[in-house]
Design a protein. Structure first.
Lengths: 361, 361
């Protein structure tokens, strides 16, 4: 296939790359470009175009050829590969991450996560004991999230062609009839809420990888968010958008939602909760916590009239105790995310360009 | 987790392995041991215990917490990672293989394959052109199989920690109400049918990898089998077992079905179709075509009374023109597969032990 690089939009970080570089997996502009220009043109279907954390499939629209049976459920379906390095880190491991990541992607479409698959790509030489620990961790995370692992696959690749272990998890959930959560539903006036402190997961990985030693150990926040989402949906069925702030952090999520909904988003930077240790680590490494990955935090966009009750429901849940309203959706500057800074000014918070923290999940 | 190696069953090829070796990904005894002793004890649920190519999920049994909605479909759900080397081979590439492999796993449970996800793990340095070609190939294979790719994920790993590209595909299909295909349904008296020549895919990969040059190029048989299965189900809803003969080949499939159904299987070796070029290549490399992987061939176990009509339906389909009955299910020697050899004797066709052809799919 001849790729027409010349047609790619500006800014064009990919145009100069004849090969894949780490930035293409970053969750930022380079990855968005890759998806927009290389993947999307091949797969133009309405379902993939949802661009959500999960895809919502309405089985009511599918007549089963021949049998006469017609499905009548809305399913959520999602997939995610995990290539985090190191495999075990403060607060979790790749197994727990792989379960929670897919559980969360399902929960972000308002689905009740039910069934998971796991595909293991194991590098020759991985200690059996390590694999055993991680598989046990997958199982424990499934129990904690209340999902069943129902399908699996194991492949082994030669030494030097992997990095210990990669795990793909895919998942299926069911969506209650009246729930309608999608990236394009944010409306001017809506409240923007985050469920807790930003940047823990990314800085936990970085602290191990860079051998940094902080007074307080930074632990990954990896957690299944389906319980929290259940509590939020019990408080309001009118939640417009939900996203877990993984690769690219809060900045990427807000940019994606603003672009998909063709609205502006404004938030007060000092209202974004960041743990002191994470803040210190970010300063030391020159990173902005808004761009650092989380694995147990979500962003919700909620009609203003429902914001207080959703917030109260979140704070009553163990994983939402520090939930806070950080800003609002505006009609001005569509697709732009603007932070009001501590000193009264404001700045555009753009999608990260390329590589910030490679192999964070 | 402490692994109790001492409790592992005999023969115990894994007991001596403190680390993962290539054989653990082989589709043979070593992989079966790994799954039985390391994975299965962590995930004891009825659904995973089906041990089919796909897992059948009856949504009728799931009450949706809170909403009152209850699913009422039987879904098939499956996952498979593809780590084939090289990425492009005679007759196909990793993209086509990844789609067909998962389509086939769904079809083997009697499901109509509908939705696929694809997770790409890309090694830094992969030429953009190669990625573009393979993604186009994924899309084309989806169109050919009549499925929609509805969810995707892209990760990039550092150079030297991958091998160009690994792809995981997961898939969802719907099962017609009266279809009931499972590995444990083979019954004495049933006919054993294969859909065509054995060993093409494995030998196509080997011929490239070993730089072998045969008079006739051996091409992979990668193909979506859902159309063929549809034709078979139109001829008979009473098919007992279906398996595509991938890793471990025909020998592995027959052993798995015999073990799951607690029956014996007998077949005539000379009735198993093998292309002359594949036969010659196998002889040269000292391989047995019964153990070589296929990616577009299936094994069916069918009630004797339905065998002729199923066979006729297969032969009328482009992918089943060479379908042939090779043997039968017997009550004797449960779990054992016996081949009658050309010279009037017989031999036990065992599950392959470990590594035959690494990274074949």
């Amino acid at each position: 296939m001849a790729l027409n690089f010349a047609s790619w939009t500006c800014p064009l970080p990919l145009r100069n790359y004849p090969t894949i570089v780490m930035g293409h997996g970053s969750g930022g502009k380079m990855m968005a470009d890759l998806i927009e220009h290389l993947f999307a043109p091949q797969f133009s279907n309405d379902l993939l175009a949802q661009l959500g954390d999960s895809t919502v499939i309405d089985l009511r629209q599918i007549a089963d050829g021949g049998s006469g049976a017609i499905g009548n459920q809305r399913l959520a379906f999602t997939t995610d590969s995990f290539v985090v390095s190191p495999l075990v880190f403060p607060g979790g491991d790749i197994g727990e991450l792989a379960v929670n990541g897919t559980v969360n992607d399902l929960a972000m479409s308002g689905a009740r996560p039910l069934f998971l698959s796991a595909g293991f790509i194991i590098e020759e030489g991985l200690p059996m004991e390590t694999l055993g620990q991680i598989v046990a961790s997958v199982a424990q995370a499934c129990r904690k999230a209340g999902v069943q692992l129902v399908a699996g696959d194991t492949k082994v690749v030669n030494k030097g062609h992997g990095d210990g272990l990669y795990i793909n998890t895919s998942g299926i959930g069911l969506i209650a009839p009246e729930v309608n959560i999608a990236a394009n539903r944010a409306q001017p006036g809506d409240a923007v809420i985050v469920s807790g402190a930003m940047g823990d997961h990314g800085m936990a990985i970085m602290s191990v990888r860079e051998g940094l030693d902080f007074e307080t150990e930074i632990k990954s926040d990896t957690a299944p968010l389906n319980g929290l989402v259940g509590a939020m949906l019990a408080a309001s069925r009118s939640i417009h958008c939900l996203r877990d702030a993984t690769r690219g952090g809060l900045a990427a999520v807000l940019n994606e939602l603003a672009a998909a909904s063709k609205v502006g988003i404004e938030f007060e930077e000092k209202r974004v909760p960041v743990q002191p240790a994470v803040h210190a680590a970010c300063e030391m490494l020159g990173l902005d916590p808004l761009y650092v990955a989380n694995e147990g935090k979500l962003v919700a966009i909620v009609p203003e009239a429902e914001a207080d009750s959703v917030l109260a429901a979140m704070r009553a849940h163990a994983l939402g105790r520090e939930a806070v309203r950080i800003g609002k959706v505006v009609a001005e500057h569509p697709s732009l995310v603007v932070a009001r800074t501590g000193i009264g000014g404001s700045r555009v918070v753009d999608l990260p360009a390329g590589e910030l923290l490679p192999r964070i999940c």
